[in-house]
Design a protein around this ligand. Sequence first.
Ligand SMILES: [Zn+2]
Ligand SMILES: [Zn+2]
Length: 464
Amino acid sequence: MAPPPPIEVKFLGTCTSPIMTRNYSSLLVKLGHDTVMIDCGEGTQRQLILPHVQAGVKLSNIRTILITHLHPDHILGLTPLIFSMMGLSSAPGKDDRPRLELVGPLGLRAFLRTTLSITYATLNSCFVVHELLWPSQPAYPHHPSGSFIYTEEDIYLPPDVRGQTRTLPCMPPHANELPGRDIRMDESTGTWPRILQLGNVWISAAPITHRCPTVGYVFEEAPTASKSVSPRDLAILDSNAEALFDLYQIRHPRSLLSRVLKARETLTLPDGHVLVPPPLDRPGRKLCILGDTSDATAGLEDKGMLALARDADLLVHECTYAYMREKDVLAAPSPEHAQLLQQLLLAEGEAEPRALSRGHSVPRIAGSFAGLIRARHVVFNHFSARLPAPHTMSHAPLTSTDQLRPDARLAESEQWFHVMREIERQVTEFWHAFLPEDVRAHMGDRRAVAAYDGLAYILPPLSP
Ligand SMILES: [Zn+2]
Ligand SMILES: [Zn+2]
């Protein structure tokens, strides 16, 4: 059987605020026929068409958007994107199924109803919003009445969020909104398991610690068969042609192959031979894509994201801030190099307190979580505006200063290249240190990659 297509993660925006070389958070997960967008910061629509980003996807291909949390840098691009996708000038959709499916924490429905209604957004196809609910959160109804005020009380939320009272606007559904699901967390696993299925891939979510209710998403591909039916089985099938026609009026015996290969049925042929589906020997891939976080375990042991994301083939973790420890300064290739990095990065006592107080990560946090879940590949994103991307020549991960674009900003670009390589080195150090010995042995010198707008990270199918 033909192997499944590569899975591509395309980074559209990798920053907490818009700067020359980076935009607000958004990325695409391309799964063969399906493209899923995760988060949609302001300006994401423009990132989709910018030549240096090479998104390689049309708006019409995006039918699923997953939102990690409702901070503005992750959702303010949604309303204009929906307007372009489904506004009156776009192709009309079919009414029987939603043109766009959105998933996100409680409040996403209220946000879209409010912004679409206030901006006179008339759409010509339908959308649906499924909300992820923490155990004690009330569901936002399809037809709300009265006020919608509630207090956060879940132990799954960070202590400073607990006790906060939140008021959501009470809005009726948009004219083009279909009733969505209210998906409550499964407390036995600390996850929202199997929220959506796209082809061979299931999407689940788990809570992660940030300054507001936040999730990460895990994509799990089902295993597939690497082999088809053997030539011997084909010959046996053909030799039953006459009997199959006489008994069941089947004109083309090989039409039964889809029942064996796709529906995975065991078929007993008229002559007594049995056709068995080939074994599912090619493991599926697993991707874990997190929203903003200072602790992706959310304090849960053996459940939540720690269990859901275990053995991920790719982890995308934020790393908003970075700093130089004394040992990092000593590891630099030269004193001048170390001095440059120290100038550009925060001081040791400054970065981590700042990250933790704002619900964000530093290389230590991103790398150690990658090691804890035994991630095979790691990309980190969501940089503060202090960490621009170097200008790049290619869309492969930037590994050499030769790939820098020779323009007037080259000197500056080269500095940011060295900064990103240093952060990659630090994340990789923690990642490898937290990996169990047997996994680390297969890892070689694989390093974590700092994302930039336009990076395409490719996961080829796994070997049987
Ligand atoms: Zn953010
Ligand atoms: Zn945030």
